[in-house]
Design a protein around this ligand. Structure first.
Ligand SMILES: [Fe+2]
Ligand SMILES: [Fe+2]
Length: 271
């Protein structure tokens, strides 16, 4: 595939955004860009072709890793890079800046869209946090993510994070959510969510807080949006009002999820 350097840099948000990216993030971004280009040219064809669920399943043994593994534990360049040390008492912002390298742009774009769409602060925060646990683990990321944040956010924010994972498989056109092509690509065009996801959807659909996770799916982005690179500073006040930062630092406050934060901070520990 021919790569137009200028178009690529614009796609990534301009020269300053590119300069601030780690080599790993650049490799990931290049991969995103190539997938995006490929999708563009594919979409131009009369009929877009998606894999079947059986074809997706057949890929399992072609990989050296499980698809559910967290980004921090994976390499797209053949080797992982050394991570910068974390401060003694790490804050949410430290995790964004030093560990959430693969997910931060996506969640910042979602939170930015939520602000543009005049969402409540709780929805904006849920959007900002909704996929960040994928640095640790991707499989069942709604549940893992809600658990990671539960001690520090309101019940509603945790509810929104937990259940966005199930709701994304079910359309709600009235709320502005259509099933994205991204999932036809990732799961196969004939993919049927498992019974536990279906049961969860039915429970949430009838719940008084249904719109909380639904609005996360509405403000989620299903393609890398070229040239949009919001910064964490835009959300400092919302975080300050809605995220209870522990004074000992995330990972050292003795909470039931402290080990999850430590695992993100120090993923090179062998045991
Ligand atoms: Fe998600
Ligand atoms: Fe997302």
């Amino acid at each position: 595939m021919d790569i137009d350097r200028r178009a690529l840099i614009a796609f990534l948000g301009g020269p300053a955004a590119v300069a601030s990216m780690s080599p790993e993030a650049k490799a990931d971004a290049l991969e995103h860009y190539m997938a995006f280009q490929l999708n563009q040219s594919k979409a131009a064809e009369a009929k877009q072709k998606f894999p079947t669920a059986a074809e997706v399943e057949a890929q399992i043994e072609t990989r050296g890793n499980r698809r559910g593994v967290g980004n921090l534990f994976l390499s797209s360049t053949g080797h992982v890079s050394k991570l910068p040390p974390m401060p003694e008492k790490p804050t949410l912002a430290d995790f964004f800046n030093l560990r959430f390298k693969a997910t931060s742009n996506h969640v910042l774009q979602s939170a930015n869209l939520a602000v543009k769409n005049h969402m409540s602060e709780e929805i904006v925060l849920a959007c900002l946090l909704h996929d960040t646990v994928q640095e640790l683990i991707k499989v069942d990321h709604g549940w893992w993510g809600a658990q990671l944040y539960e001690p520090y956010v309101s019940e509603k924010v945790a509810f929104a994070i937990r259940y966005h994972q199930a709701l994304r498989f079910y359309e709600d056109k009235a709320a502005g959510y259509e099933y994205p092509d991204l999932y036809r690509n990732m799961f196969g065009e004939d993919y049927k969510p498992e019974p536990y996801i279906d049961a969860t959807y039915k429970m949430v659909r009838a719940h008084k807080w249904y719109m909380e996770p639904r609005l996360v799916t509405v403000n989620d982005l299903y393609a890398f949006e070229p040239g949009v690179n919001p910064t964490l500073e835009q959300f400092t006040d919302i975080i300050g009002r809605n995220f209870k930062q522990p004074k000992e630092g995330l990972g050292f406050d003795g909470s039931p999820v402290a080990h999850m934060w430590r695992s993100i901070a120090m993923p090179d520990h062998p045991l």
